[in-house]
Design a protein around this ligand. Structure first.
Ligand SMILES: [Zn+2]
Ligand SMILES: [Zn+2]
Length: 148
């Protein structure tokens, strides 16, 4: 991954003290885009076997608040985390298996933060989720011709 920045630099850049749990969790988020907390705990433990659940939760909160990690939570899904932040990209979510894919801004001009009517709000984030079925799941769906 060419665009994988040094996690130490990322933490320092956000004025967050570099600790082993923070490095392990940030690496895990980079390596597992859109992973849920349980997956990230497992991935973090591969680098740091004794890291606790609570430590991973705490690190995710710190990284999210610092804007290093983005938390997404599609309706009906657990929270997921990704290291691709700041570009306000959107997500495709499969209704069947829950797989999440990144989609660039729909207008081609990220971030698409200009609603047709803002009602006076100072908008700083837009969240778009496209729901459907991923290619693997759509192939298992009954086709129109077999549904009667
Ligand atoms: Zn699927
Ligand atoms: Zn994403």
């Amino acid at each position: 991954m060419a665009d994988h920045p040094d996690p130490r630099e990322v933490l320092r850049g956000a004025s967050i003290r570099v600790t082993r749990p923070r490095l392990a969790v940030l690496e895990a988020v980079h390596a597992n885009p859109h992973a849920d907390t349980d997956s990230l705990i497992r991935a973090s433990r591969r680098a740091l076997p004794d890291v606790s659940h609570q430590a991973v939760y705490d690190v995710l909160r710190v990284l999210t608040e610092a804007g290093i990690v983005r938390r997404i939570q599609p309706a009906g899904s657990v929270a997921r985390y990704e290291a691709r932040t700041g570009d306000n990209h959107h997500h495709l979510v499969c209704r069947s298996c829950g797989v999440v894919r990144d989609v660039d801004c729909a207008t081609g001009q990220a971030p698409c933060l200009v609603p047709s009517q803002d009602h006076g709000f100072a908008v700083d984030e837009a969240e778009v989720v496209y729901w459907g079925h991923c290619p693997d799941c759509v192939s298992t769906l009954p086709t129109l011709s077999t549904v009667r």
